[in-house]
Design a protein around this ligand. Structure first.
Ligand SMILES: [Fe+2]
Length: 297
């Protein structure tokens, strides 16, 4: 399995389909960032896309051009990784509505990403970037992705509020269990929303999974959530749209959309990149591309 992935990763470097100027854009985004905290590339080559499956068991995609494209972009940003709890540790995660799961809040359902959140904010090995590739838009073209960047949020906070969020620890619950998602596990992960350089802080935010330790802390969190929603940038993804999100400086969400289960539903692929794999290898005493739940390092 890991050999197969290594082969696909190696192939992606030389034949991912990105043009030189797109590679340049991605490298510039990684090095310098931007105010909005994301980079959108459109009309990229994704190859032949079969009908959208309606269950994991039916997932069978022969043309791997979209996987190579996704992974080429991911490799430019860092080290591609997976989590045991996301599609059994797959480096490429596929998302499409599944009839069996619709309505319930699971990783595969199509209505779970509705509130703003930083991906895996509870995890000691948090992804630095998310890379999302749209294979097929939802038939009614309702789905909208939203990104809120810390730069835009900070402009709406006064000095005291910034100091609060740099210092106040919130308990970030894990939505990973040991092998699956959709838990609410207290892993004793008390950490502030803003961190890093106080003059240009990073941002982690997941209000549905953050426990405040006082009424004031909860009220401030609610206020921050409404500010984060005020400054969101909506993004519409069409087939061949590649959205790179800086997961250290943003929160993201998605609107609801309708599923028909007829092969024409929305289909997204996602990969994660981390930027300091050797540091994690040192801390864990183990080299891996697929991580378990790690609470503290
Ligand atoms: Fe997400």
């Amino acid at each position: 399995m890991s050999n197969q992935i290594d082969e696909l990763l190696a192939a992606s470097i030389g034949s991912g389909g990105l043009r030189p100027e797109q590679i340049e854009q991605i490298l510039r985004f990684r090095l310098l960032g931007n105010r909005q905290g994301f980079l959108l590339l459109e009309d990229l080559p994704i190859g032949r896309i079969p009908p959208t499956p309606v269950s994991r068991a039916e997932l069978n995609k022969e043309d791997d051009r979209s996987e190579r494209l996704l992974l080429q972009a991911t490799i430019l940003l860092g080290e591609p990784i997976g989590y045991i709890q996301e599609s059994g540790g797959s480096i490429v995660n596929n998302f499409f509505p599944q009839r069996a799961l619709s309505g319930s809040a699971t990783s595969d359902s199509f209505d779970n990403e509705l509130d703003l959140h930083t991906e895996n904010a509870f995890h000691a090995i948090q992804p630095d970037y998310l890379v999302l590739l749209c294979l097929r838009q939802d038939p009614a073209a309702e789905a909208t992705t939203y990104v809120s960047s810390v730069d835009a949020i900070l402009e709406r906070l006064d000095h005291d509020e910034i100091a609060w969020f740099l210092n106040e620890p919130y308990n970030f619950l894990s939505d990973y269990c040991l092998t699956e998602k959709n838990c609410r596990l207290d892993i004793d992960k008390h950490q502030p929303v803003l961190y890093g350089d106080p003059d240009a802080p990073f941002f982690r935010f997941d209000p549905q999974f953050m426990v405040a330790r006082s009424e004031e802390a909860q009220a401030r969190l609610n206020h921050l959530r409404s500010i984060a929603w005020e400054v969101t940038e909506p993004v519409r993804l069409a087939p061949g749209s590649l959205l790179i999100i800086d997961n250290r400086r943003t929160a993201h969400a998605r609107s609801p959309f309708t599923a028909r289960f007829d092969g024409n539903d929305r289909w997204m692929q996602r990969a994660f990149a981390i930027c300091n794999p050797k540091h994690y290898t040192e801390r864990l005493g183990k080299r891996t591309r697929v991580f378990e739940l790690v609470a503290q390092l």
